[in-house]
Design a protein around this ligand. Structure first.
Ligand code: SF4
Ligand code: SF4
Length: 281
């Protein structure tokens, strides 16, 4: 079973949910697909080795001796990764999507490709109960999706897989969620939280995945902001994590609260059971 944990915006508690859920289950794998800013490692404390898997993409290389400055490649590139300056084609590798189209349409066969590293995959070598993999996008790179695609190659179908997705509703979040069996949406009971939750729900509807909501920093007087919307949409609120100083203190020193506060492992196990039942339905 693959569960993707996501949120419409950053800072809502997505990593808190992903790591605490993983630490409450057995035979589990956690993939940190928030590759622009992976932070699950702060709570899981993995032992990364020296070795890593590079994530590479191809980018065009222009042979100036063959190029006749016809501009066909520049006009073709939808991503504006090519520009013409003084009859010379300039390549902006960070925004190239490696589609290979410019190479195919060049009438002079003046374009070839070369590989460049855009990110890396690391893994925990400590042998802990939670099998942990982390994707990292190199600084200055634009495109997270290839790193997430590469990370997902390490999904272990023999285990329960939890994917900590990038916040938002753009391509990297869709890529993290697209193969999952269930999406767990983490939000907070504020108007901003509701606004971003609505966008995340629209995205999930598009990709056709079952989903449920977790309210983080839950407070009785404010939960109705999220609960009313979930009721209208027929989305279950599966868990509420209270706005408590002790939980915030543990978070601030990188301690998953299931390890310190009694009863929470059991609640996350119940959450898992509800997700499983929803998928089976
Ligand atoms: S399509 Fe080929 S020949 Fe034309 S500008 Fe681009 S690289 Fe040069
Ligand atoms: S490979 Fe595709 S995205 Fe990259 S420069 Fe060529 S046309 Fe643009």
């Amino acid at each position: 079973m693959k569960i993707t944990v996501l949120s419409g915006k950053g800072g809502t508690g997505k990593t808190t949910v992903a790591t605490n859920l993983a630490l409450s289950l057995e035979n589990v794998q956690l993939l940190d697909a928030d590759v622009e800013e992976p932070d699950s490692y702060i709570f899981l404390k993995p032992e990364f080795g020296e070795e890593y898997e590079p994530v590479k993409r191809t980018v065009p290389v222009i042979d100036e001796d063959k190029c006749t400055a016809c501009r066909k490649c520049v006009d073709f590139c939808e991503y504006n990764a090519l520009a013409m300056m003084l009859d010379k084609v300039l390549v902006f590798p960070e925004i190239c999507h490696s589609c290979g189209g410019c190479m195919r349409i060049c009438p002079e066969k003046a374009i070839t490709e070369k590989e460049r590293e855009i990110g890396k995959i690391r893994w925990d070598e400590s042998g802990k109960e939670v099998e942990f993999w982390q994707g990292e996008l190199n600084i200055g790179e634009e495109s997270s999706v290839p790193v997430i695609e590469h990370l997902k190659k390490h999904i272990n179908d023999e285990k329960t897989v939890i994917i900590d997705a990038q916040p938002g509703t753009t391509c990297p979040t869709v890529e993290a969620a697209i193969d999952s069996d269930y999406c767990l949406l983490v939000t907070e009971p504020t108007p901003f939280g509701l606004n971003d939750l609505k966008m995340a729900v629209e995205m999930i509807k598009e990709i056709g995945k079952p989903c449920g909501v977790i309210i983080n920093r839950s407070e009785e007087g404010y939960n109705h902001i999220i609960e009313d919307y979930c009721k209208e949409e027929g989305i279950p609120v599966l868990m509420k994590i209270p706005f408590k100083r002790r939980i915030a203190e543990l978070y601030s020193v990188g301690i998953p609260f299931v390890e310190e506060l009694s009863g929470w492992k059991e609640r996350f196990q119940e959450l898992y059971t509800r997700i499983k039942e929803a998928i089976e339905k």
